[in-house]
Design a protein around this ligand. Structure first.
Ligand code: HEC
Length: 152
């Protein structure tokens, strides 16, 4: 009995909630700043992004299983030191705002810090915290920019 009363209350609430969120989803406006890039530049940037995500997955795998060598390897691969010589589309640097560059540099330096900590066998909690601090830059940049492909 008590269940059916709860259900009688919960079901309309869920339906109303669903309707309200449909309305909001329809009205959603993308307010992020457009970062204009050519199609090739966009492909390059997004490829780098996917590498970041994939390394974070392996870093978490290493932290969860106690494989700090994996953590160090994956983090170092995404760090600044390993990417100084990365071949980038030459037109890209001039298009990146100072804020963009600063957030990306913080990401690269953050991965180097994670690699250093893993090599020094720091506790997993310490390394996780460094990764979280690093990822605040992913979040901040994603909230600020989206890529818009330049008309040719
Ligand atoms: C300096 C800015 C910046 C930073 C820092 C940044 N990103 Fe991105 N990322 C972007 C932009 C811009 C896009 C494209 C978003 C759009 O156009 O809607 C993107 C897209 C992505 C995508 C989607 C890739 C695809 O194939 O579509 C992934 C995954 C991603 N980022 C992961 C990350 C991770 C993980 C980090 C941090 C470790 C990170 N990014 C840091 C700017 C950034």
């Amino acid at each position: 009995m008590r269940h059916s009363v709860a259900l009688a209350f919960a079901v309309p609430c869920l339906l109303l909630g669903a309707l309200a969120s449909f309305g909001r989803a329809d009205d959603m406006v993308d307010q992020r700043e457009q970062a204009f890039r050519t199609e090739a530049e966009q492909a390059f940037v997004l490829d780098q992004m996917r590498l970041l995500l994939s390394s974070i997955t392996e870093i978490e795998e290493g932290l969860g299983t106690g494989d700090l060598n994996l953590v160090a390897r994956e983090a170092a691969a995404r760090g600044r030191k390993a990417n100084i010589t990365l071949a980038r589309p030459p037109s890209l640097a001039a298009k990146e705002s100072d804020a963009w560059k600063a957030m990306f540099l913080s990401v690269r330096n953050g991965f180097d810090a994670v690699a250093d900590q893993a090599q020094a066998h720091a506790p997993a909690a310490t390394i996780s915290k460094t990764l979280a601090d690093t990822m605040r830059n992913c979040v901040a940049c994603h909230q600020t920019y989206r890529i818009a492909v330049e008309p040719r």
